[in-house]
Design a protein around this ligand. Structure first.
Ligand SMILES: [Zn+2]
Length: 149
């Protein structure tokens, strides 16, 4: 989901026609319709179709599905949490080395005899305590968001 999709969802705090949303955002109706179709494919919005008897044209009124959106956000957060926990495990278990330009595993550093082939600096052990601290606080943040979700 892109920021544009999030904007559409925000705009649907009440049911609206696609042309209304387009006017509010100052973008083409076709752009809005594409975004709405993406959201519809994910079951995050639904529409009601009404026929104008004099013109014979159909208008679509879009509604967001708050229950589905909550579920979507929950799944997203769960996946992020899993990802971050795995990343934290990797950081805690693996020793890595760093030079001026990159970060490599012990295997790679050994393979290059502890001299970087790119910047020609010595590889020194990377102190990942800051990375671990950052990951731990991200995990705590996701956990507290999940409690509210
Ligand atoms: Zn380097």
């Amino acid at each position: 989901m892109s920021p544009e999709h999030v904007i559409i969802i925000q705009k649907l705090s009440e049911p609206k026609r696609d042309d209304e949303i387009a006017t509010e955002l100052g973008v083409k109706e076709t752009v809005v319709r594409t975004l709405l179709n993406d959201l519809h494919a994910k079951s995050l919005v639904e529409y009601e179709r009404t026929r104008n008897d004099s013109t014979g044209w159909y208008t679509y009124t879009w509604k967001r599905r708050d229950d589905k959106i909550d579920e979507y956000i929950r799944n997203y957060l769960m996946n992020k949490l899993k990802e971050k926990i795995e990343e934290l495990e990797r950081e805690k278990n693996g020793t890595t080395f760093t030079c001026a330009c990159s970060r490599v595993s012990l295997e790679k550093a050994t393979e290059y005899y502890f001299v970087c082939p790119e910047c020609h600096e010595m590889f020194v052990e990377f102190d990942n305590s800051e990375t671990i601290k950052k990951l731990e606080s991200e995990i705590a943040r996701i956990r507290s968001l999940l409690k509210k979700a």
